[in-house]
Design a binder for this molecule. Structure first.
Ligand SMILES: CC(C)(COP(=O)(O)OP(=O)(O)OC[C@H]1O[C@@H](n2cnc3c(N)ncnc32)[C@H](O)[C@@H]1OP(=O)(O)O)[C@@H](O)C(=O)NCCC(=O)NCCS
Length: 218
């Protein structure tokens, strides 16, 4: 099973582009306008993410959809579709599914490297830091801090399209497990329609880590 599929699990359409090459699949004119003024590296990652999203949408029967960003940069999927995009050096990925099967998806890819020390304090609390130290004592090769950060990014990408509001790093408690799963607990009284507690998966290989969250269907 592919790395991204291990993190996403069965069901959603997945497309990934490995390497630094610019994808041949062109942007729609509306997508091209959105990114026209950006620097080349940003245009490249946007184009790669859109190429993956287009392939995933085609798998679901949606052809020629312009995947424009909403006010907070969230991709605006066609009615009846949910999805998520992520990119890091060397990889772009998109996942999409029918909203009757899942209300929201979040995916995040990151390079397989320790989280910079100056970021750690703003991403995790004391309990999360201690849990990561315990995991690292048994497996020092896995970048647990980076995985925890990535899991929070995945949570946010699934959260935002449902709630249309910010979620701070301190508002989602992540419990990483060595078996390739994690639990996210939202530290708010009211999270509906997002679950208060939800599980996700992570995978590691080819120089990257992947986390994903596919919310259970109703
Ligand atoms: C938005 C954010 C999650 C993007 O993550 P990143 O690691 O910087 O970049 P990635 O390549 O993984 O993901 C970028 C993609 O996320 C998607 N995205 C951006 N904002 C989004 C939002 N509000 N909702 C859903 N998806 C969003 C976009 O598709 C974007 O790619 P694109 O602009 O090319 O379309 C991050 O920049 C951010 O703002 N994080 C702070 C909020 C947060 O994570 N809180 C943690 C809560 S527990």
């Amino acid at each position: 099973m592919g790395l991204v599929r291990r993190a996403v699990g069965p069901g959603p359409a997945i497309h990934a582009l490995w390497g630094a090459a610019t994808p041949s699949s062109p942007l729609t004119p509306a997508e091209a306008r959105v990114i026209a003024a950006a620097v080349p590296s940003r245009r490249r990652e946007f184009t790669a993410g859109r190429a993956c999203a287009r392939a995933a949408l085609e798998e679901l029967g949606h052809h020629g959809w312009s995947l424009l960003p909403g006010p907070r940069r969230e991709p605006l999927w066609p009615d009846g579709v949910v999805g998520s995009i992520s990119h890091c050096p060397g990889l772009a990925v998109a996942v999409a599914a029918r909203s009757v099967d899942t209300p929201a998806i979040g995916i995040d890819v990151e390079i397989d490297a320790p989280l910079p020390a100056n970021v750690v304090g703003s991403v995790m609390d004391a309990g999360e830091t201690q849990a990561i130290e315990r995991l690292a004592a048994r497996d020092a090769a896995t970048p647990w801090g980076r995985l925890l950060f990535s899991a929070k990014e995945s949570v946010y990408k699934a959260w935002y399209p449902l709630r249309h509001e910010w979620l701070g790093f301190e508002e989602a408690g992540i419990e990483l497990r060595a078996d390739g799963t994690f639990l996210a607990r939202i530290r708010r009284a009211d999270t509906a329609p997002f679950p208060q507690v939800v599980s996700g998966r992570w995978a590691r290989g080819n120089g990257v880590v992947v986390t994903a969250l596919v919310l259970p269907g109703r």
